[in-house]
Structures are given as C-alpha cells and as structure tokens.
Design a protein around this ligand. Structure first.
Ligand code: PMP
Length: 406
C-alpha cells in the first residue's frame, strides 16, 4: 500500500523490534490491544518525572501541572470525537466500565418494567452482559438485531424491532470478532425516530475510522484507550450534555461532590459527577498523547492504508485450501477471523507463536456471534497501521504450510 510511510511509523513503536522465539515479533493482535508509540511512553515518563500530583484539590504548583495535563487530555479527547464540549467527556477505566456506568446510572433511572433494550448479534460481551443484568433487575426485555451470512446487521429486521417500548439501542460500530463496520448512523437515526436513547461502542472503531459524535448523533459513545495506542486502564464515555444532565451519579466519593453533610450531598455537574475518587491521571495524559499522535498521522491516511492491507491479507488467506473466513461483509475493517479444516484454533495460534506471530485464538468475548456461524472459536489476526504486507506474507506462509500438512 502506497502513500503511507510504514517504515517511519514502525520506528515509533519500540516493541516491534522485540524478538519472540528467535523471530522478529509480528503483532497481529491489535483488536485485543495495540502497541504504544515512544511518544506515549515518553509522555508517561514526563508526567511522573515533572508533573505527578493529585488533581483539583491542592493549591500547589504540581497540582496545577497535573490538573492542566489531565484537563488538557480531556480537551484532546473532546476534539478527537468532535464533541461540543469537554464537559461531555468522562474518564473511566475502559469501554467495559463505560458501558457499566451508563447501565448503572442512566439505565437504572430510565429503564423500567416492560421496556426494551436493543443490541446487535455482533456485540462484545461488554455490550451484552450489563444490559442483560439491567433487564433482569427491571423486568425489561433485551432484543437482538440479527445479522446476515456475511456478518452484517439486517436493518430491515432492526426496523421491525423498534417500537414505543424501545428505550435504548446499544450497538458496536465495528465488530471485534469479524471486523464488520456497522451502519451506526442509520441505526441511531432510526432509534431517535421512536424516541429511544443510543449508545455506540467505539472500542474497535476509533483506531480505524474518523468518528464525529455530533454527526453520529448518539447519546453515549464509549471507547478504551489501550486499543487506540494509549495505556491500559483509561477509557472514555462521551455523553451529550442534555443526556448527562438527566443521568444520576453511579459511584459516590470525593471529587464528584459540591457539598456534603451527613444529611445530604450536592453533586458536581458533569463530568466530575461521574468521576468519584482519584482517577487514572497519568494514563489519561497518555491517552491525550496517543490521540495527538494519531491525529498527526491522519485517520484518513490510516484508514486508506489499513483498507489496502486488509484487501491484501484477504487475498492471501482466502484461497488457502480448507480455510474458511468468517465475516465477509462489504464494509469491514482490520479483522480476519478464520478456521482451518483439521485444526483446533489453539493449534494454529501456537504454530504462529512459534514463528513470532501474535494472533488471538478463541471466542474473542463475543460468543453469540461465533455461534451464529456454528463456531466456538476462530483464529483472529487483527491489523493496525504499523503492520506490513511482509508480515501478512509470513502469516499466510505459516497457515499455508499447516493447510498442506493436513
Ligand atoms: N467492546 C468491544 C467491541 C471490544 O472489542 C472490547 C474489547 N475487546 C470491549 C468492548 C471491552 O473493552 P475493554 O476490555 O477495554 O473494557
């Protein structure tokens, strides 16, 4: 793929020089987590060397530096997502905690007996279990948008599910198991037409596609830092201002209060209302650095490069005898899920690891969608912009060898 200097980009990621089993590491487990550029590693070190303090509460120089760095990262996230204001950005631990926050605060207040919550068949367990728990607690009903044989959601079936009892539609923008790009703009617009709130799980999308939450129109949007070249333990909930205003706090403690007596507590406005206790300050700052890095590369350049790389990889893998690709939607990004006749998925994962190639094999925390295809597990190479055609050739060569040894 041309027009993108992948060699230069790779030099920013020191771990890509790592050797595994005597071979240079080939990191094709990007849907599980991404590697970190030196710029992010340096930013974390700088924070701990020059800025470390708790934020907001103390009136001294380092508290001011740490607060500026943390709030600066919030501004960066707001710009990255196209939010109207930084006050719509809540820092959490990751997408999982973000979805749980929405379920346990907004959901607990607004979902009642007989209400309906819609998810898609593609969801990660993180966007199924919290809604199932909420539905069980409230006597609400969880409904599922089916998918076709390519792994794309069926919009006509979705239309049939919508009705005045629909209170929330929660869908992923990109499937972590298949790479399907879900038409979330249409899904959100149709939900709005029946007065339902919407949550979009951006865990797998923000590293591959330009997102603008205002154009999307979703009420909530969540993602995890570690899947977008930032540290683990930091993630984001975007909530539109008016929706956050109608959302009660979930955890109580310091930082989220305006005033406390033993009789009552007055809460802060959003976002502080949703950030009880000391947050993950350093990693939020690291997230800001990762998003700056990605903005500099240009998400459009990244998307084009990854599109070509996915095409290349698909053409290398698809013709291998006995190989079945799972997830063949026209709109897809950066994930190749497959099974190979005569092999358990773990055997393939192990054979690849012997060659220094890291892929995930298993159910990818998305059992319902794999079972839709009659499977309990797949092998899942997943791409990022620092992967190369040479790496794909290496992957394909190992899989081919296995196929012919069968
Ligand atoms: N949703 C999707 C689509 C995901 O791929 C993941 C992570 N695999 C999650 C949610 C959960 O993210 P985390 O584990 O970082 O909270």
């Amino acid at each position: 793929p041309g027009g993108f200097d992948v060699d230069a980009v790779r030099r920013d990621f020191p771990i890509l020089q790592e050797r595994v089993n005597g071979r240079q590491l080939v990191w094709l487990d990007n849907a599980a987590t991404t590697q970190k550029p030196q710029q992010v590693i340096d930013r974390l070190a700088h924070f701990y060397q020059h800025e470390n303090s708790n934020i907001h509460r103390a009136a001294h120089e380092l508290a001011a530096r740490a607060t500026d760095a943390y709030e600066g990262a919030r501004d960066t996230v707001a710009r990255f997502l196209g939010a109207a204001s930084s006050e719509e950005i809540i820092f959490v631990r990751g997408a999982t905690e973000g979805i749980n926050l929405v379920a346990k605060s907004w959901g607990a207040k607004h979902i009642g007996a007989g209400d309906e919550i819609i998810v898609s068949h593609l969801e990660h367990h993180a966007n199924i279990v919290p809604w199932q728990q909420l539905a069980a607690e409230k006597g609400a009903r969880l409904r599922v948008i089916p998918v076709d044989d390519t792994g794309q959601v069926l919009l006509d079936e979705y239309r049939k599910l919508l009705n005045p009892r629909t209170k929330l539609v929660a869908v992923t923008q990109v499937s972590n198991a298949l790479g399907t790009i879900v038409p979330v703009h249409e899904i959100v617009a149709l939900a709005k037409a029946v007065g339902a709130r919407t949550l979009v799980d951006g865990a797998q999308s923000v590293s591959h596609l330009r997102v603008n939450v205002q154009a999307l129109g979703a009420d909530f949007f969540v993602f995890s830092g570690h899947k977008v070249f930032a540290p683990t333990g930091i993630g984001v909930v975007y909530g539109r201002r008016d929706v956050l205003e109608e959302t009660p706090p979930w955890q109580g403690g310091g930082n989220m209060i305006a005033d406390v007596t033993f009789e009552r507590t007055v809460y802060q406005p959003p976002p502080a209302r949703f950030e009880a206790g000391t947050g993950n300050i350093a990693d939020a700052v690291g997230l800001g650095a990762a998003l700056d890095y990605l903005q500099k590369l240009g998400l459009e350049n990244v998307a084009k490069y990854e599109h070509d790389l996915l095409e290349y990889a698909t053409h290398q893998l698809a013709p291998i005898p006995g190989l079945r690709l799972i997830g063949t939607a026209l709109q897809k990004t950066s994930v190749l899920s497959f099974v190979l006749q005569g092999y358990q998925t773990e055997q393939i994962g192990k054979a690849l690891n012997d060659e220094g190639i890291a892929v995930r094999s298993g159910h990818h925390c998305a059992q319902p969608i794999l079972r839709r295809f009659g499977l309990e597990a797949t092998v899942r190479p997943s791409l990022a912009f620092y992967n190369t055609c040479d790496e794909i050739d290496h992957l394909a060569a190992v899989v081919k060898r296995l196929a012919h040894r069968r």
